[in-house]
Write a protein that binds this ligand. Structure first.
Ligand SMILES: Nc1ncnc2c1ncn2[C@@H]1O[C@H](COP(=O)(O)OP(=O)(O)OP(=O)(O)O)[C@@H](O)[C@H]1O
Ligand SMILES: O=P(O)(O)OC[C@H]1O[C@](O)(CO)[C@@H](O)[C@@H]1O
Ligand SMILES: [Mg+2]
Length: 319
C-alpha cells in the first residue's frame, strides 16, 4: 500500500487548480496516505521544495483562483539528468508517487517521471482545453466566463461608437475558448487555428452586413494567429469602419473557479489518488460523457483533438 504521495501544479495556472489540490490532499489523508505539496511545479521537485500538507492546509482554497502551490515552466525538465535529480530527491523524502496538475507539457514530464519509477497521474489543469482525451480541462469554464464577460463589456462601447473590435483570446493552439465564447456572445466573426484566417472572407462579411445597415462588429481572434493590432488596422483601412484591438490577456487565467470547475477539479483530484493507490502510473484523468476515465498519457496526447465545428458553424450562422 502506497504511504506517501506528492502533488504539484505546473504550466500556466488555471482556476480550479487549488480545488484539485484540496481534493488530492483530503482524499489521500482519508485513506491514510501522507501528502506533500511540491512548490512551483517541476522546479520544486528538482530543488526538493516540499511541504507536508495536512487537512487544514487546504482549508478555504476551494474557491480561490491561481495555485497556492505556485506554478512554473521548467524547460530543463526535458533533460534526463535534471529528472534524475528530481527522482533522487523524491527517494530521499520517501515520496513514492505524484499527482501532476497541468496541461499537455506537464503531462510529458509526468509520463517521463513514471518511466523512471515514480508513478504519476496527470490531472488536466489548463484554461486552453487542449488535451484531446478529455472533454473539459479544469479552468476552461472559468476562463470562458471571463471572456464572455469581457466581450459583453466590449460590445457596449463598440456599439456606442459604431466601431469594429478585434478581440484576442487565449488558448495557445486550440480554438475552443474563442469558439465557445463566440457563440455565447454572438460575435460577428471568429478566427481560430483549426479553420485558419481568411481576410477576404472577413472583409466581405463585414461589407455585406454594413450594406444591410449593421453598424458594429466584434471579431473574436484566437491568439498566435496574427497580430491583432495589424488586423484591426487592415479592417479599418479596407472597410472604413473605425476598428480597435483588445487583447484580453492574463485576466483569463484568474478569478474564483466556477461551480463547474470546482466540481470537475474535486472529482478528478480524488480519482487521481484512487488511481495511484491502485498502483497506476503514467496515466491521466479524463472526463468523457460525464464519466471519469483514465488513459495512457502518450495515447491521450496523441488522440486527434476534436474541433467543435458545429459550435463554430452555429456561431457564424447566427451572427
Ligand atoms: N517533453 C517534456 N519532457 C519533460 N518535461 C516537460 C516536457 N514538456 C514540458 N515539460 C515540463 O512541463 C512544464 C509545463 O509545460 P508547458 O509550459 O507546456 O505548460 P502546460 O503544462 O502545457 O500548461 P499550459 O499550456 O496550460 O500552460 C514545462 O515547463 C516543463 O517543465
Ligand atoms: O503566462 P505565459 O507564460 O505568458 O503563457 C501564456 C500561455 O499560457 C496559457 O494561458 C495557458 O496555456 C495560454 O493560453 C497562453 O498562450
Ligand atoms: Mg499546454
Amino acid at each position: 500500500m502506497i504511504k506517501r504521495i506528492g502533488v504539484l501544479t505546473s504550466g500556466g495556472d488555471a482556476p480550479g487548480m487549488n480545488a484539485a489540490v484540496r481534493a488530492v490532499t483530503r482524499q489521500a489523508l482519508q485513506h491514510g496516505i501522507e501528502v506533500y505539496g511540491i512548490k512551483n511545479g517541476f522546479a520544486g521537485l528538482v530543488e526538493g521544495n516540499y511541504k507536508k500538507l495536512e487537512s487544514y492546509d487546504v482549508s478555504e482554497k476551494l474557491n480561490r483562483g491561481g495555485t497556492f502551490l505556485g506554478s512554473a515552466r521548467l524547460p530543463e525538465f526535458a533533460d534526463i539528468e535534471v529528472r534524475k535529480i528530481a527522482v533522487q530527491k523524491l527517494k530521499e523524502h520517501g515520496i513514492e508517487a505524484i499527482v501532476v496538475i497541468g496541461g499537455d507539457g506537464s503531462y510529458m514530464g509526468a509520463k517521463k517521471l513514471s518511466e523512471m519509477g515514480v508513478n504519476c497521474i496527470g490531472v488536466p489543469g489548463t484554461i486552453d482545453n487542449d488535451i484531446a482525451s478529455t472533454e473539459y480541462t479544469i479552468g476552461f469554464d472559468t476562463a470562458l466566463n471571463t471572456v464572455v464577460d469581457s466581450i459583453d463589456k466590449l460590445r457596449d462601447t463598440t456599439s456606442s461608437h459604431y466601431r469594429c473590435s478585434v478581440v484576442e483570446i487565449m488558448g495557445r493552439h486550440c480554438g475552443d475558448l474563442t469558439t465557445y465564447s463566440g457563440l455565447a456572445t454572438g460575435v460577428e466573426d471568429l478566427i481560430v487555428p483549426e479553420i485558419g484566417l481568411d481576410l477576404e472572407l472577413i472583409i466581405s462579411r463585414i461589407e455585406r452586413a454594413k450594406a444591410k445597415g449593421k453598424r458594429h462588429f466584434i471579431i473574436a481572434l484566437a491568439e498566435l494567429m496574427t497580430d491583432s493590432h495589424e488586423l484591426a488596422k487592415t479592417i479599418q483601412k479596407r472597410t472604413g469602419i473605425e476598428t480597435r484591438a483588445t487583447i484580453i490577456g492574463h485576466v483569463q487565467r484568474g478569478g474564483s473557479p466556477t461551480a463547474f470547475d470546482r466540481i470537475l477539479a474535486s472529482r478528478m483530484g480524488a480519482y487521481a489518488v484512487q488511481l495511484l493507490s491502485e498502483g497506476y502510473g503514467g496515466r491521466c484523468v479524463s472526463i468523457r460523457g460525464n464519466e471519469l476515465v483514465h488513459d495512457d498519457i502518450y495515447e491521450a496526447l496523441d488522440m486527434p483533438r476534436e474541433f467543435k465545428e458545429d459550435v463554430y458553424n452555429l456561431c457564424k450562422k447566427l451572427s
